[in-house]
Design a protein around this ligand. Sequence first.
Ligand SMILES: *Cc1c(COP(=O)(O)O)cnc(C)c1O
Length: 395
Amino acid sequence: MTTALGELTSRLAAALAVRRQGHGYRSRTETGPAAAPHIRVADRDYINFASNDYLGLSTHPHVVRAFRDAAAEYGVGAGASHLVTGHRRPHGELERALAALCGTPRALLFSTGYMANLGLVSTLCPRTGVVMEDRLNHASLLDAAALSAGRLVRYRHADADDLGRRLAAAGGGPRIVVTDGVFSMDGDIAPLPDLLAVARQHGAILLVDDAHAFGVLGASGAGTCDHFGIDPADRPIVMGTLGKAFGVFGAFVAGPESLVESLIQQARSYIYTTALPPAVAAAALAAVGLMQAEPGRRAHLHHLIRHLRAGARRRGLDFVDSQTPIQPFIVGGDARALALAEALRLEGFWVTAIRPPTVPKGTARLRVTLSAAHTTAAVDAFLDALEGATHASGD
Ligand SMILES: *Cc1c(COP(=O)(O)O)cnc(C)c1O
């Protein structure tokens, strides 16, 4: 007799086998303790070119100490959601520091960027609304639109003219335009001034997911708006994360008082979940402080970006055009991307092959990311290894 569970497991196993054959199988690697930019896998150390720890802060002693001290004082867990008794002093301190960094009246912490996007888009978009999204937006933004009461319309990547046409065609009702500030798989920067102008012309709100830009772009590290020098009065609503350049965990939305208060009232991904551990907030506050006090980290990161690009050009290695720490090397086929990543591992470099459906079919890539913890010598050695591996694989 076949049971429902038996049928389910054989159906799942068959689907997994198909996925494995198509080189689309995803698996995790359990990594050991190591300080940035290293990663330890099965007792071997690699230089990690596959992390979002852009400033190398995740293992910084000040950040670690802030975490440990706050855990000793506040305990590990927040104990409740923010609206019950989970909103602790380190959360408030971090929110005030983030608002100051962004030049906005308020900032609101969320447990993750994924949840911040869900809460933000749902709160901003009523049933009669339309959510306009860049085709290459992060999955969490597309999910956020799907879960909202509004209708999702996708516009051509980084194309303000296409956005304008679609806004004109969308008719009345509230419209919100949503874009990554730095696109997570390509590393390019959204044309914010153009998007802002088009949004304004059509009376639409602009929302920017700056997960990969905070701490990285702009004179003060305040992200894409800072990079373009956008006047504080014209700034879009911004979501940022604390798990990338800040090396910790969590996310925030920065904006006007009424927006933050509305999110507190309405955003289900804010209300119905345990607050982030207060020690995480304390560690993030330390990381934000280091980012501001030590602009040399960001300067070194941008030096490494230029160094990698110049070195790649000299070696005939074709990276996607990007001015950010995300430096994709398009390979094409899924199997070839996996083989190249494996060849680099043998040389002591850890990179991740990114395959469809995370990126469009036929554009499997090595998503190389740089960190201020890297040295120029490590970047040179990596490029040498990549050059060797591409030749060995028949380029
Ligand atoms: C990582 C990322 C998120 C999700 O943030 P988490 O805090 O990791 O949930 C959202 N948007 C973009 C563009 C990201 O890169």
